[in-house]
Design a protein around this ligand. Structure first.
Ligand code: UTP
Length: 297
């Protein structure tokens, strides 16, 4: 039986250029879907999967993230005085146990693989999860929890996989599948951002991983790959054919690419429509403006 996964890395050191000018001073991961920052969704998903140690790989200008997980005694005192217990409960979910959260700096944005490598000393010789907070997944059972359960059977390395149309494949790492077992596929290769006609399948890797520590050893040796960045995909692919084989996991749920403006807007609408306090007004508004749009055509 594989070791339990209790550590997760959250790489949040990217420049977030697609959201400039906002990301000039606001970390992308602090931007909110309705009223919760992206990073809160990521933390909740990790907790549901049994993660106990949360390792953030940050960079210059991300201090708002560190503040977010701290207690705010003045605010809490004010809320208590006013009897706002519901808001106090909401704040509780943002507080982390002492010592459960660690921050490591990535001094230069050399790529996702490099960001994960920066956390190597905190991982040691254990399997670990990687969560990209800008991939938000709405699911009945949180995606990482689904993966942890599947990983208990397979061990090795596991990446979340999603079917994408061929013209979109070049935006992702794509799996070369050796055996398709339904929700789990075994993988014989991985290609980062393939040309449209060279994608080995339509299964793309998205931002959830369970990795064995040997991937960190490969990252020691890997030079920059696609786009001049040190790619995590290349280090995972280097494990194929070892005792830590690679599996793709077709998760159940809907993934929103909140690193892109269109994905962020779609997620905002979807999460607002899921809320009792917002659904009716928003649905009415959306139906009104779609009528106006149709009339204009
Ligand atoms: P993205 O490819 O979305 O890059 O990174 P980005 O910098 O965040 O955003 P754009 O493309 O400039 O708009 C995917 C994930 O990897 C992290 C990012 O923070 C994000 O969670 N990352 C990327 C790092 O931590 N370090 C890097 O050097 C690159």
């Amino acid at each position: 039986m594989p070791k339990k996964v209790t550590k997760a890395i959250f790489p949040v050191a990217g420049l977030g250029t697609r959201f400039l000018p906002a990301t000039k001073s606001v970390p992308k991961e602090i931007m909110t879907l309705v009223d919760r920052p992206l990073v809160q969704y990521a933390i909740d998903e990790a907790r549901a999967a049994g993660i106990k140690e949360f390792i953030f790989v940050t960079s210059r200008g991300k201090s708002a993230l560190e503040d977010y997980f701290d207690h705010n005694p003045i605010l809490e005192q004010e809320l208590r005085k006013k009897g706002k217990d519901d808001l106090l409960d909401t704040l509780k979910a943002t507080n982390m146990d002492s010592g459960a959260i660690a921050y490591i700096r990535q001094h230069r944005a050399l790529g996702l693989g490099h960001a994960v490598w920066c956390a190597r000393r905190l991982i040691g010789n254990e399997p670990f999860a990687v969560i990209l907070p800008d991939d938000v997944i709405a699911a009945e059972k949180p995606c990482l929890q689904q993966m942890v359960e599947a990983y208990a059977e397979t061990g090795g390395n596991m990446v979340a996989a999603m079917e994408v149309p061929p013209e979109k494949a070049s935006a992702y790492g794509v799996l070369d599948v050796s055996e398709d077992m339904g929700s789990i596929v075994s993988v014989k290769g991985m290609v980062e951002k393939p040309k449209a006609d060279e994608a080995p399948s339509n299964l793309a890797v998205i931002g959830r991983y369970i990795l064995s520590p040997s991937v960190l050893t490969h990252l020691n040796k890997i030079k920059s790959g696609a786009g001049g960045e040190i790619q995590l995909t290349d280090a995972i692919a280097a494990d194929i054919g070892t005792e830590n084989n690679v599996f793709g996991y077709r998760f159940r749920g809907q993934r929103f690419d909140c690193g892109s403006k269109a994905g962020f807007l779609q997620a905002t609408v979807a999460f607002a429509l899921a809320r009792d306090d917002l659904r009716d007004d928003l649905a009415r508004y959306l139906s009104e403006i779609s009528h106006v749009g149709k009339a204009a055509e």
